[in-house]
Write a new protein. Sequence first.
Lengths: 399, 288, 307
Amino acid sequence: MKRRTALKLATALAAMSIAGASFAEGTITFGAVGPKTGPLAGGAVVTHFPNIQLWKEEVNARGGLNVGGEMMMIEVIEYDDQTNPAETIKAVTRLATQDNADFILAPYSTGLNLAAAPIFDRLGYPQITSTATTDQAEALHAQFDNIFFTLGTNSDIVGDAVKILSDLRDAGEIGNRIAMVNVADAFGIELAAAAKPAFLAAGFELVYETSYPLGTPDLSPIMKAAKAAEPDAFVAWSYPPDTFGLTEQAIIEELDVKVFYTAVATAFPAFGDRFGAAAEGIMGIGGVNTASPEFQDYAARHLEVTGQAPDYWASGMMYATLQIYEQAIEATGTLDREVITQYIKDNAFETVMGTIDFDENNNNNEFWTVGQWQDGEFKGLASTGREGAVEPILKSGWE
Amino acid sequence: MDIIITGLLLSGTYALIAMGLNLQYGVARIMNLANGEMLVVGGFAAFILFTGGGVSPLLTLFLVAPVAFFLNWLIYRIMLRPLVNRAKSRGALEQDAILTTFGLSFVMVGLMIWGFGGDYFNYSFLSRPIVIFGDNFGLNRVVAFVCAVALCAALYLWLNHSRAGMAIRAVAVSPESARLVGIDVPKLSARAFALGGAVTAVGGVIISTFLTLDASIGVLFTMKALIIVIMGGVGDVRGTIIAALILGVGETLVATFIDPGLTLAAAYAMFILILLFRPQGLFGRRPT
Amino acid sequence: MTPNYGKELSAGAVLLIIAALLPFASDGYMLSIGVSIAMYTVLATSWALFSGPTHYISLATAAFFGVGTYVTGAGIDLLPYWVLLPLAALVGGVLAAVVGLATLRLSGVYFVIFTLGLAEMIRQCVTWFQNQQGHKGTYVLTDLTEAHIYWQLVGLAALVYLIGWLIQHSRLGFALRIIGDDEQVAAHSGINTSLSKVALFIVSGAVAAVVGAIIAPRYVYIEPAIAFNPMLSFQVVIMALLGGTGRLWGPLVGVIPFTFLWEVISASFPNQTTLLLGLSFLIIVYLLPKGFVGLLQKIRAKTGGFA
């Protein structure tokens, strides 16, 4: 029995080492981990993986990256973490120790990125996140020196939404009454907790306020109650399935508001496709400068190579983190991770999202916070220092 | 009034989710953990035909039903029959069924992702308001409710008033006695399983008109269906309908009068309470 | 059997020491697999302590695990870490006691789905409560490394095995075996079936809660969807059943090959991981009707040797 078990174990290990065989010289190996299955897969297949494919094909098409005079091709090893932090940790470790990846791209979502942070830190890999938002950047930086945040902080995302509404009210465009709902999962709870005092401090009245569980099959009681409260603005800190669900219910209930805001997935092209003209004027989390030639060019290439359009929020940021690697590697002419990490901390980078320059907490301070569907595009309305913001328009009906 | 209607509409959804599993578990004795995936497959079919060819989901129903019936019949014959034959007791079959259908659910998720990717999918079908007693309701949900009622009524009548239905009910009550009176139990079990799968897939087609789905979401429906079937009592269509009604109306009441944040908590609390007072479910028979 | 006691215990101790040495021999990769194995071993073994003899399949593991995770998540800034583990055990144990007492009348599939519903209800209540509090995100930032977490899990595994071993050799174990064979007989022969079952359920609930409490620092950021992931409950059941629940070491021989299989598939086929995992489940179920324990016993019977 012992022999057989040993044999089985050996086969398993052999299979693993084949999978982990390193690639030929002259290539740079990037590891990529993200959910291809599980609850977050629906977002990762829009925002995360297509950018990796795009970037790899582009760089290799022009002969690879110039590393100190040698042109090196890019090789990507992808793993599915099944939206399970234990799998993320295993996959990152596997990439570092078995596949000898030169770099490991940050995982997808706040939770999975933070679960992987101790491993990135211990193994000495930079972790440039593009799909994590946190207010704890300082504390996290103190603990994990090599983690970078690009997508912004929850407090700014909330703060700018409150500001846009305040400005509209002060201009006399909307009234004082807000209905606010949130999905009862970490992200929604955090944003709602930040938004409530901010709205009240700005002098708004919360006429309806509630949460609903992730996976609620019928959101109509919420929309009915919100409608009954006669709000001037409707704000939802929502997740993808309920972003679609709430919008559909608003159409059915003919919710008459001047501002309609939903969070994650409002910036997905699928949202615009799904609601068409009814999407016009809907606000949401994120945004980009759709008028910038860099973004337009990126979006066109994204569509051509991957067959799908990028979203109007984190997609561009994901691609920007890849450009940061690209520029850091070519500028330093090395694959030495310590040198690269230091270079990223010390320098600014030109990306499809504009210039990215990390502060002393490895935080990118210039990011989009609020966007709005206007003329079939989700355009940035507010940002912390980015150019190209457009003026908000009022929501007028659902036709 | 609008609360009751909203609750009824939701009950219809729940009945669609759970009815198929009730047949599969009640008659064929297979606790099918891949039930939710079959539902998503139905939704996928509706989505692809609608966005690709503009085919109305209401027509897709009639295509999906026979295909799903055949597919589930194959699954039962190839995968589950050997387990039934080798199982020494009801408990052993239950364990094997859990393991197998759990594996099957992974396989189905994997196939869907392989074939169609893991994106969210939804489409706009009849998503416009209809006014009933002065309140707005989604037309797609109303249509879904009508379909659910038709489906439940058809199943109920068929099970109670046709020869084949009687035989199936006999198997549900007692496979041993059914065999004694000359009913071909294995054949009927396969048919009941296939029928259950077809009902679930049809439910998926209808549900996809108003819910956003993705390849990995099946497990949520499986869990809901398990809860409803057990709450109503295994092997009785009436039980499932009543349980769906209790959950649908109950959740809507809680959402309206207490807090929408507690709807799911309340649903599970109702389920737990009912089991505490009726351990065999609403219409279940006491285990002998 | 008495002469074997010393032998069994010392064999266990040796294996334990070998297991505890892993972090010194590994580059981190085997350690991350080791953490998985240790975690699932503890969960599946404690699950089987209850479900093996009683044949009650519980899907509540995720509830206890999640509650434990939140004990650490909520308490890490208030209490020293070492206090949190017994606290998690206490909370998990009390919860299990309440559930156990409430579910005595349920049997078969009704019990299975009841536990599933219960786990979901607890998750819903925890999230709702957090939402009411206006929560600002649960971060668990500690200095604990993979190795620390691994050692804690191995230590907990040792404890679980010791408890299991003690139960097997006690009146309770004897009573449980009779309940498993025939509950009626057990009741007639004066065994307090309810008390025995609840006692074991408490053990498995408390252990799962402690596992959650230990794992929380590994996840850093605690989300309800991850802490209460229902897949965990299913996976624990699958692993324990694949191993075999008749023996104390049964779940272990399910967890180890299963974890390696999982690893090989995730590493080699990242795009078809789920599909191939599902297929391999099916193959295992058909080829090994009695689990890995059955396989090992068959091999032992053939070779006639000791193993």
